[in-house]
Structures are given as structure tokens and as C-alpha cells.
Design a binder for this molecule. Sequence first.
Ligand code: SF4
Length: 315
Amino acid sequence: MAEGFESAYLELYRSGALKTRVAEAYRRLENCNICARECGVNRRESAKGAACRTGERAVVSSYAPHFGEESPLVGREGSGTVFFSWCNLMCQYCQNYEISQLGYGQEVEPENLAAMMLRLQSMGCHNINFVSPSHVVPQILAGLLIAAAAGLHLPLVYNTGGYDSLKTLELLDGVVDIYMPDIKYADEAVARRYSKVKNYPAVNQAAVKEMHRQVGDLVTNEHGVALRGLLVRHLVLPEGLAGTREVVRFLAEEISPDTYLNVMDQYRPCHKAGSLPPLDRRTSRQEYDEAVQMALGAGLTRLDKREPRLIWLFR
Ligand code: SF4
């Protein structure tokens, strides 16, 4: 941790504001608009009608130090991931669909979540990385309140599919240190077809703007480990379905040319993708190279290091 750096939520914890945010977040579960789907169901009573199929308790599939995330999150000791089950997106090609769409995992109380965070901290992880958090923000805040009281001090990573409500992001202002949203699509119809979601580009771009307003461009310590800021992921899909040209234009012109971006090449057909051409094949090397060139051409230079190295190796 850099000298003088303090994770954002500690100030809110000391002032008592974190407790108020927990209460407000749980109130919103009663007519749920926690994510941009705005289902309007009472999740404190049941999960019936909730697109994320999650009731009052979060479901966790696993938690562990993770070494496969972006290098500023991993450092030497790993990123402390907590993988939530269920999701507010229904990507037809999801490689974790047993977790995201079948709900494999265990229901947990906030005390259990707090214990996971503290365990990851004691294992030496550089951060607490909430994976698929958009539908369980109240539960995360409740767990955080307990963990902060017990000595949690690591920065928090909000690792999201990017379909987040602005009102919920307000609750996270001053809580989250590092936002890591996906920008999955630039075309509304494509998002509806392949992730079963409305208005993804508009919701996603507004959310990314708000995240950047809160935390700014990515800042790292002297060892290159992330402390605060925005880190964006963009998975290149076959036949340009992810709308890369528009995504990189948006980032360069409407967010910042210093945005840290991971252009990801690991698409492979999973779940229902085998019957949804052109998603029934991997992204080609040429498609990926073109996506990286688009990002560079748009003026984005902070690309995740693993990718340019791979390009170099394959040339
Ligand atoms: S979190 Fe989102 S998907 Fe889940 S019930 Fe609330 S509005 Fe619906």
C-alpha cells in the first residue's frame, strides 16, 4: 500500500455514513431497483420476480486469491476475489453460466461476507474484488460495515458487467476504490439478443461516466498495484458484435484517453453460443489485432500489458 493511501470506505465508516448507506440500500431491496433492470419486487420477502433470482441474502460461489486478473490487481499476492452467484445479465455465451444463471453457490449472511473479506486480507491479497456485484450491493455494504469494524483496510474492486444503476452507484460513492466495468456492447439490439437486457449501451455508458467521475483514471503504487481508479474490460466478439470501434471512441473522447483498458481475446463459445452464429466460433487473431489497433488509433495507450505482448509473440 502506498504511504498516505487510505481505502475510501474507512472515512465513511468512521463518520457513520456507511451505516446509513446500508439502511438505504436495504430499503431499496423492498421495491428492487438496485440494478438498472428495476424489477420492483420485494427481495426482503422472496426472490420471486427478481431477474437476478436473488432474495435478501447474497449467494457466493467461491472466494480466493486470484492470479488471473489484470496485473495491477494481482501484484505479487493476488486479488482477493469474492464470486457472487446469479447475475443481472443473461449472456447467452457466459463461460460461468452454472454460477451466473444456474446459481451454484451458498447463501450467506453479511457476517459470512465480512469473514471472507478479512480472510482474504489475512492471506495477503492486495484488494477485495467483488465479482458480479450489481445485484447484491446492499449485502456487500452490510458485510463491509462489519469487516471495517474488524479491521478491513484493503481497497475494494467493483468488478461488474456494467449494467449498473446510477442511484446505486451513488451509494457506492466514497466506498469503492477501483471500478472495473465491462463494456460489452455498443449496440442496443445486439445486447438484447445476446444478454437479454434493454438499453445496455446507454445504461452502461452513463454508469462508466459516473464511475470515472467518482474515482478518475487508474492510479497505482510504486509496485504497479492498483490503488484507485477506473479499469475497463472489453471482450472482442466475432464479426465485430461487441462494437469495438464505438467503445474505444467513447472511452477516448467521453471518459479519458488515459483510461486503463483490457481488450480481451479469450472469447470462446460456451453455454448456448454453439447454436448462435457467429458466436459459435472463437474470435480470430485478426479480429483481435484489429480491435487493439482501433483502441490505439482512438488514442488509448494504457492497454493491459498481457495483450500487446501476445500480439508481439504471435507476429
Ligand atoms: S438487482 Fe436488478 S435484476 Fe435483481 S431484482 Fe433488483 S432490479 Fe431486478
